[in-house]
Design a protein around this ligand. Sequence first.
Ligand code: MN
Length: 501
Amino acid sequence: MLARASQPRHIINLMERDQLLDLAKPHYTHQQLGLLRAAVELAETKHAGQSRLSGEDYVTHPLSVAAILIEWKMDIDSILAAVLHDTLEDTDLNLLDIEDQFGQPVAFLVDGVTQVSRARSGMGDLSSYLPQTKDNLSKFLIALSRDLRVLIIKLADRLHNLRTIEHLPPERRRKVAQESLAVFAPLADRLGMSWVKLEMEEISFKVLYPKDYQHLTSLLKKRVGRAQKYLSHVRREVAAALGEQDIRFDIDGRIKSVYSLFKKLKKRPVEEIYDLMAIRIIVGNKDDCYRVLGILHAMYQPMLRKIKDYISVPKPNGYQSLHTTVITPGEQIVEFQIRTSQMHDYAERGLAASFHYNEQKLSAGYLASRTAELPRNLLWILEMQETAQRLIGGESGDNVLQLDLFSDRIFVYSPKGDIYDLPEGSTVLDFAYAVHSDVGHHAHGARINGKIAKLSAALGNGDVVEVLTRASISPNSDWLKHVKTAKARQKIRAYLNQSED
Ligand code: MN
């Protein structure tokens, strides 16, 4: 058997100094641990006398955030920054003090996290912040674009605040939950940090819709209760079959999240929702993933449209796995997810997996220097950066850029299988410009999933789009009506301006 698949252990919400140092000890060098001790002492001194609404010493919060980041196996600079993340806002410590004692990269991260927090508290009502607070959002984006670790620290900060949300007064509780559902959970998802996303959704859902939460939890319990016994039978059966084939594996079953059920119920009645139970099989290498899939399909009847190969074609956030949903002889429907331990680690930690413990080469200019090392499926981050830079540079007078960043996204494929990430409502023309400006300029139509479509046709998630071009075609001002993305709009305008001269 492989080492047990890592589950998000729900670590202590009330970290104290010694617990934190114990947790850190196996993962960092002697010198790094010395810095950590110094940071903890500084935070304790500076936050002395401050308390949280729960009545605990305030410093338990930054220490707990640091503990979460150690669990995520983050590098030492992120841990130090987490310990100090609220000192600029809430104490008399300043940036230079931090830089003197812990170095420029740590100061940079603390500053970034502080800016994100300030931007956030200025956002006000979420439904209106997008068009109205460009400045605050820009700060958010500066932080976002200059070092992704700022976002990861911010996610840990938010996660700890959610885990301790019961201490907030009801009105603030709702606000924090709403914002988490609208901004932070999607962000975690975009960064491939799936269990952070799940936990944020779960807690926020419970706060915002307590009745639905209760109802669905009991509904799940009932349905799952019936299936549970059978499921463990299936698990044993599968484990025996894999054991015979001499495959090393780890297997566990789980119930899907209440919030995902809630979202599904908006689209389908509960009788039609069968993928409530999933069995996860973790194996040693990619070949074994496909072997396991073959074995499962020989044992059970697969549901044809439910076979998904995210190993060959990963999801846009980098997720890799094989999925198949089968009907067992007992008429039970079970989803299997099969992946290697490496894929599993990435599926859970996402971008955080790029900042492993002691990566010395990481610095404030992370993305600029390590572009080539980002997983191919996270290259959209570069696009976001460009967008942020254009925003900050004031190149765009409208709010389209901001909407690009925060609207719902769809993922569209080229015939070769390249993934493009576009805002919802994007058209063939947006896609053409996303591929290349020359493709955009000469586009005259497309095949969407094999069917001929106009330039103005809206794309859906998962569409395969082949742009048809013709040399004699060129942009005209009507095209501006058919695009949603800032990029396409900008390219078309540039072309039109140029041809006027
Ligand atoms: Mn905080």
